[in-house]
Design a protein around this ligand. Structure first.
Ligand code: SF4
Length: 189
């Protein structure tokens, strides 16, 4: 799908209008329900002119040459590869998918470093564009208490990615202190 640029960003995919006038973003299981002008919890997607737009398309915050083991992927043979990380590429799906396609055209492979917190409709497009994925798996309390998320959605991604999308995931378990700051309140419900 070709992206159409506007001053507000690139039209986002995976959203729908609700009967109460709000628009629901279905890109991730957070399912932000937005009024005009509001941004989602990820803060890079917003409702503008009665659609969801990705406001950060093409705006990378940094580039770095790293060994692939740092992702960490020690069995990935993509010596010449591009990894999407910091922030999670799920929230800028349209940009990540386009960059991944451009990489394939020049023989580069791509790696998604992600929390795996992605909606079921968006999941096939996102992972089909990637050659490898590193999915962080944390304790259930982390998702509930710090992210207003759920472990089930991440496990669903891990299972479906393996079964249906044929991309072997690399699950990374992390120990996260429970006293780190809580996520800010979203604008949308
Ligand atoms: S957090 Fe971002 S990607 Fe997730 S539903 Fe909200 S607006 Fe969409």
């Amino acid at each position: 799908m070709e992206n159409v640029y506007t001053s507000d960003g690139v039209p986002g995919r995976y959203w729908r209008a609700l009967a109460d006038g709000r628009i629901q973003c279905d890109l991730c299981p957070r399912e932000c329900k937005l009024h005009e002008g509001q941004r989602g919890l990820c803060f890079v997607r917003a409702r503008t002119s009665n659609q969801i737009v990705l406001t950060t398309y093409g705006r990378s915050s940094g580039f770095c040459l790293d060994p692939i083991e740092k992702k960490p992927l020690n069995h990935f043979l993509g010596a010449r590869s591009v990894a999407f990380t910091y922030n999670d590429p799920v929230i800028f799906l349209e940009y990540a998918v386009d960059v991944a396609a451009a990489c394939r055209e020049v023989g580069l492979q791509t790696v998604a470093v992600t929390a795996g917190y992605i909606g079921k409709l968006a999941r096939p497009e996102f992972f089909a564009a990637m050659d490898a994925a590193n999915i962080d798996l944390k304790a259930e309390s982390f998702y509930k208490q710090l992210c207003t998320g759920s472990l089930d959605a991440v496990l669903d991604t891990l299972v479906r990615q393996t079964r249906e999308l044929n991309i072997p995931p690399k699950a990374v378990e992390e120990v996260v202190p429970t006293n780190i700051g809580r996520s800010r309140a979203p604008e949308g419900d």
